[in-house]
Design a protein around this ligand. Structure first.
Ligand SMILES: Nc1ncnc2c1ncn2[C@@H]1O[C@H](COP(=O)(O)OP(=O)(O)O)[C@@H](O)[C@H]1O
Ligand SMILES: [Mg+2]
Length: 307
C-alpha cells in the first residue's frame, strides 16, 4: 500500500474553551479532489488552515508524503474567499511578486512565469490590468494563478466563489475543474454542492470540528444517512427550490442527489476558461445534471469538443 499524499491525523485545535477541531483524521491520495462541506462554524476553514500550517494545532499532525511540510515551502497552496490581491499592482505583478520575493526569481523570469500562469486561467490578455479593473471572478482567477505559480502539489480552496456574484462563479469553478482534470490534488470547501458533487471524487461532511461522513462524493450526496448531513443538505434543497426554471426531478427519486440535479451549471461558452485551458467544455450544451456526471465513473464526463 502506498502512503497517502496527505495524512491529517487526529487534528485538534482548541482556543480557550472552544474546541475548533476535535480530532480530525483525513487522508488524501495524489490526484484526489476532496470536497469539504458542512455548516458555517463546523471547522472547514480551520481544517484547511491547520493543514496549511497557518494555525497552531493543540494535537495531531499533518504529513505530506510521510513528512511534516514546512509552512511556506510551496508544497501547499491556498486560495481564499477574499482574493487578497495588491490593488496597486497589475495582475501580472501580483502573480510575479511571490516568485520574486519568496523564490528570489529574477524579474524577467518571474514575469514570464506569471504570464504563463495567467494564460492557464485564461487571463493572459488582462495581465496589465489592476484588480479594480477586473471582475471578481477574474480577480479570483488571478489569485489562483498566483497560487499555481508557486507550483504547489496540493491546493486548498476555502470557499473560492463565496464572495462572487452567481454569474461570476462559473468561470472560477471551471478553472478548478480544469485543475482537477490535470490531476492536481485538491481540498475544496464550497457551498456549491453541484460543483462539489461533480468534481470531487470524495466528500467529507464536517460538523462541530469533526468529520461525520467521509466517502465517495456520490454516496455522500445520494445516501446521506447521517441525520445532520441530511439536515444540512435539505437546507440547500430549499434554496435550490427558488432557482428559476428548474429541470424536472426524475420520477424515481434516489434521494437528495436527484434534487441537486437542479443545481445545473450552464454549458461552458466558447472562449470560456475551459477552452482556454485547452480542455473540453465542462458540460454538454444545455448543462449537465449531477446524476449524469456521477453515474458511471468510467463513462466520459463530457463530450469531446469538436476540434
Ligand atoms: N482563532 C479563533 N479563536 C476562537 N474561535 C475560533 C477561532 N477560529 C475559529 N474559531 C471558531 O471555530 C469554529 C470553526 O470556525 P471555522 O473553521 O471558520 O468554520 P467554517 O469555516 O466551517 O465556517 C467557529 O465556531 C469559529 O467561531
Ligand atoms: Mg470558513
Amino acid at each position: 500500500m502506498t502512503t497517502p499524499f496527505l495524512q491529517a491525523e487526529k487534528l485538534e485545535r482548541r482556543v480557550g474553551d472552544t474546541q475548533i477541531l476535535a480530532g480530525i483524521d483525513l487522508s488524501v491520495n495524489k490526484g484526489e479532489v476532496v470536497g469539504l462541506i458542512g455548516p458555517s462554524g463546523s471547522g472547514k476553514s480551520s481544517l484547511l488552515r491547520a493543514i496549511a500550517g497557518l494555525d497552531p494545532l493543540t494535537g495531531g499532525r499533518v504529513l505530506v508524503e510521510g513528512r511534516t511540510p514546512t509552512p511556506g515551502d510551496g508544497t501547499i497552496g491556498m486560495v481564499f474567499q477574499q482574493f487578497n490581491l495588491w490593488p496597486h499592482l497589475t495582475a501580472g505583478e501580483n502573480v510575479a511578486l511571490a516568485l520574486r520575493l519568496v523564490r528570489k526569481m529574477p524579474r524577467a523570469e518571474a514575469t514570464e512565469r506569471a504570464r504563463a500562469m495567467l494564460d492557464r486561467v485564461g487571463l493572459l490578455k488582462l495581465a496589465d490590468r489592476r484588480p479594480a479593473q477586473l471582475s471578481g471572478g477574474q480577480q479570483q482567477r488571478v489569485a489562483i494563478a498566483r497560487t499555481l505559480a508557486m507550483e504547489p502539489r496540493l491546493i486548498l480552496f476555502d470557499e473560492p466563489t463565496a464572495s462572487l456574484d452567481p454569474e461570476l462563479t462559473t468561470e472560477v469553478l471551471d478553472v478548478i475543474r480544469g485543475l482537477a482534470e490535470t490531476g492536481m490534488t485538491m481540498l475544496v470547501v464550497s457551498h456549491e454542492m453541484g460543483f462539489v458533487a461533480s468534481v470531487a471524487s470524495r466528500a467529507a461532511f464536517l460538523d462541530h470540528g469533526r468529520v461525520l461522513v467521509d466517502g465517495p462524493a456520490k454516496a455522500v450526496f445520494r445516501d446521506a444517512e447521517e441525520p445532520r448531513l441530511r439536515r444540512f443538505l435539505s437546507t440547500y434543497l430549499q434554496r435550490v427550490a427558488w432557482a428559476p426554471d428548474p429541470e424536472p426531478v426524475p420520477a424515481a427519486d434516489p434521494g437528495p442527489l436527484a434534487t441537486f440535479a437542479l443545481l445545473q451549471q450552464p454549458a461552458a461558452p466558447e472562449g470560456s476558461t475551459m477552452s482556454l485551458l485547452g480542455l473540453p467544455p465542462a458540460a454538454p450544451p444545455g448543462g449537465f445534471s449531477l446524476l449524469d456526471s456521477m453515474g458511471d465513473p468510467a463513462a466520459p464526463k463530457s463530450p469531446k469538443a469538436d476540434g
